[in-house]
Design a protein around this ligand. Structure first.
Ligand SMILES: [Fe+2]
Ligand SMILES: [Fe+2]
Length: 250
């Protein structure tokens, strides 16, 4: 009988080293990741507050403590500030990281522009994204910093990628299962057509919305279902969202 294997992914975002990082929260998430034993950890940007080298070093040291062999990291608008985009490339080697195994493909995308907070994917990158994602019989995930659809309770809408309409169409055409993003510091899930758009809160920083809390997501999937757990880092309260896998593995 064919084994229906469950894959676990942890999605964290918006660490905001240095001034906004909370040490106890950092320790807690390192411990949580160790306990969950995910196959992959995805970090959707804003590792730093200002893109400064010192902040990058502290973020890098934190990421080194994460007990997971596969870590996919993309750049946030804060990381691209002050020439920080060069340091990101130096440390992480790739602004478009690609992870694949027999079940999963995750493509990270740099949606930032230096010293501009607005997102931008860029039509020139669409053919690369299409080349990697078209006709792939795996769970397809795109990870980028900026949200593509407005997120509630985050004030006046801004910073959505300037080409988000075209990019949403590409995501739909390519039958992407999940899009992971950050930036808004508020956990949220939208489902548009057959794709889940999952935004993480800030994992470990004080940059909270209202009386919000730090948190992260656990994504689990098998051949038929996707489960997304939104975890409150402070008290482990969990909001679970479960749905069928719309683009079934054949
Ligand atoms: Fe952020
Ligand atoms: Fe951001």
């Amino acid at each position: 009988m064919k084994e229906n294997k469950i894959t676990k992914i942890i999605h964290i975002s918006d660490l905001h080293f240095t001034s906004n990082f909370v040490v106890e929260w950092g320790n807690k998430i390192i411990e949580d990741i160790k306990n969950v034993e995910p196959k992959i950890v995805v970090i959707t940007g804003d590792l730093t507050d200002n893109g400064y080298y010192e902040e990058y070093i502290q973020a890098e040291n934190f990421i080194k403590k994460i007990k997971c062999e596969n870590i996919v990291t993309v750049m946030g608008n804060h990381d691209a500030r002050n020439g920080g985009y060069e340091i990101f490339e130096e440390i992480f080697h790739n602004r478009y990281p690609l992870y694949t195994d027999d079940q999963t493909i995750i493509l990270g995308i740099d949606s930032t522009e230096p010293d501009i907070d607005d997102g931008h994917i860029g039509r020139a990158n669409y053919s690369y994204i299409e080349e990697k994602m078209r006709n792939v019989n795996k769970l397809k995930i795109i990870a980028l910093h900026h949200h593509l659809i407005p997120i509630p309770k985050t004030g006046r809408e801004r910073h959505i990628p300037v080409d988000s309409g075209d990019f949403l169409k590409l995501i739909d055409d390519l039958k992407v299962d999940i899009v992971l993003s950050g930036h808004k510091h508020n956990q949220w899930i939208w489902k548009l057509n057959n794709t889940f758009f999952v935004t993480a809160g800030t994992a470990v920083s004080k940059k909270l919305k209202g009386k919000g809390f730090p948190g992260y997501n656990i994504i689990e999937f098998d051949d038929s279902e996707i489960t997304i757990k939104q975890i409150n880092l402070l008290n482990d309260d969990t909001h679970t969202f479960k749905d069928k896998r719309n683009y079934l593995k054949s």
